[in-house]
Design a protein around this ligand. Structure first.
Ligand SMILES: O=P(O)(O)OC[C@H]1O[C@H](OP(=O)(O)OP(=O)(O)O)[C@H](O)[C@@H]1O
Ligand SMILES: O=C(O)c1cc(=O)[nH]c(=O)[nH]1
Ligand SMILES: [Mg+2]
Length: 192
């Protein structure tokens, strides 16, 4: 699936928002990809995740034991991608701010692929990797629907992105005047 098709799906769902957004990394952006508006549609989600599963299968050598989604955004794409890969999907969720595998056990040496919705700085994937490695799992790759860094982010394992779409993001003290003029909102769940 080409980047233009992925973006068409996001646009058709009204998921490409414009305004002033506080991202999970603390960076500010005039664009927010509200993935929940895509994931509310099973047909759109299936099309995206089937294509992502095909890409993962082509790029990951060897078995995959689990797909792991970082909650909340990664829950639905990890589940749907796992359905096409025919492996179980589990998730990490934040406990006092830190990702934990609260509801599952994982065998030492289990080979996992992390499936995220959106990547901006890669911070959430790096935190997920830290959690899984501490439990003895082997993170063989990470994957996402859209990489907003367009390949610039290094998460320490191969990152398989269905689409790369570079979107500007600024430190809070370096806002362009047109962004500073708009009140900021924070759509994501970190720190809620
Ligand atoms: O690459 P990063 O800089 O980490 O940004 C991307 C992350 O931000 C969003 O999660 P967020 O913490 O906003 O919460 P959500 O999963 O509930 O949307 C998104 O789901 C990714 O997990
Ligand atoms: O960086 C983020 O927090 C982020 C950006 C984006 O476009 N969509 C999203 O859900 N999170
Ligand atoms: Mg998230």
């Amino acid at each position: 699936m080409h980047t233009s098709e992925v973006l068409d799906i996001f646009r058709s769902a009204g998921a490409v928002l414009e305004g002033h957004f506080i991202l999970t990394s603390g960076l500010r952006s005039p664009v927010f990809l509200q993935k929940a508006r895509v994931f509310m549609h099973a047909d759109k989600t299936e099309a995206l995740c089937k294509a992502l599963a095909d890409k993962i299968r082509a790029e990951v050598k060897g078995d995959i034991d689990y797909v792991v989604g970082p909650a909340i955004g990664g829950l639905i794409p990890a589940y749907e991608t796992s359905r096409h890969l025919k492996v179980p999907a589990i998730w990490v969720e934040r406990e006092q701010g830190t990702f934990r595998l609260r509801r599952f056990e994982i065998e030492k040496g289990a080979r996992v692929v992390i499936v995220e919705d959106i990547v901006t700085t890669g911070l959430s994937i790096r935190e997920t990797i830290e959690c899984l490695r501490a439990l003895g799992a082997e993170v063989v790759a990470a994957a996402c629907i859209i990489d907003r860094s367009a390949g610039k982010t290094d998460v320490g394992v191969p990152l398989i992105a269905l689409a790369e779409y570079e979107v500007p993001a600024y430190p809070a003290d370096q806002l362009p005047p047109e962004l500073a003029a708009i009140p900021a909102v924070k759509p994501g769940s970190r720190n809620i």
